[in-house]
Design a protein around this ligand. Structure first.
Ligand code: 13P
Length: 257
């Protein structure tokens, strides 16, 4: 059996970015809860803005839907004005945390080495990191996509043991497909997902690449989700815009079943 062949449990995560204050977040969470409570075929998580997290955690209790952070600071506490730690996220009931999103890399100065610190901080705090990697359009057109993604993987994951790695979910989010409506074709996404799994297979025992989930992110919608999710190395989706409307997000979850 190749690493691609074993079917992993699908995982659909919604990244709400800087949308949905507490009242709106509560309404969206309630709508999701109505449909998703009790379904056991797909792992689902939502990542609200920090301020809305306690409301969403309370609303989604007993629904089976997980709550994720969008970012964290590597230190557990300290004089870091404006920051939130993994320990704090854990205390309010968060289970996953997105790390290294391209918006943070491009707009907030998250370097490869800072992303690595955040991955380790997640694991220390008992959070499951969702590590985002992906190339820009210029990098793709210059034929550097594989090299960029491999560099990001090596920087963020290189020091993790094969016991730690299975706690990580990888999200391949080509920057040119984020918020642009320009989705990678299933074949383009599959190719990079296979490259990522291959990168893991070269460095770790077979159970690591076989078990780890690799999500695709970038303009995923109900209408294109099935095609992407049918690919052997695409184990789920990290959804931005379409996660802000319950029926749009639920259509993506349904496509993963
Ligand atoms: P869109 O789905 O809006 O393209 O955003 C993807 C994303 O950045 C998820 O983290």
């Amino acid at each position: 059996m190749t690493p691609s062949e074993s079917r992993r449990r699908p995982f659909i995560a919604g990244n709400w970015k800087m949308y949905k204050g507490p009242a709106e977040a509560d309404a969206l969470a309630e709508a999701l809860k109505r449909t998703l409570t009790g379904q056991a075929q797909v792992d689902v998580a939502v990542a609200p803005p920090f301020l809305s997290i306690p409301t969403v955690v309370a609303r989604l209790r007993h629904s089976g839907v997980h709550v994720a952070g969008q970012n964290l600071h590597p230190e557990p506490s300290g004089a870091f004005t404006g920051e939130i730690s993994g320990e704090m996220l854990r205390q309010v009931g968060v289970t996953y945390c997105i790390v290294g999103h391209s918006e943070r890399r491009a707009l907030f100065g998250d370097t490869d080495s800072f992303v690595e610190k955040k991955v380790h901080a997640c694991l220390r705090a008992g959070l499951l990191p969702i590590l985002c990697v992906g190339e820009t359009l210029d990098e793709r057109e210059a034929g550097q996509a594989d090299a960029v993604v491999s560099r990001q993987l090596a920087a963020a994951l290189g020091k993790l043991s094969s016991d730690q790695l299975p706690s990580v979910t990888i999200a391949y989010e080509p920057v040119w497909a984020i918020g642009t409506g320009r989705v990678a074709t299933p074949a383009q996404a599959q190719e990079m997902h296979a490259t990522i799994r291959g990168w893991l297979a070269e460095r770790y025992p077979a159970f690591v690449p076989r078990g780890m989930r690799i999500l695709y992110g970038g303009s995923v919608k109900g209408s294109n989700a099935a095609g992407l999710l049918s690919q052997p190395d695409i184990d789920g989706a990290l959804v931005g815009g379409a996660s802000l409307v319950a029926e749009d997000f639920l259509a993506i979850v349904a496509a993963a079943k």
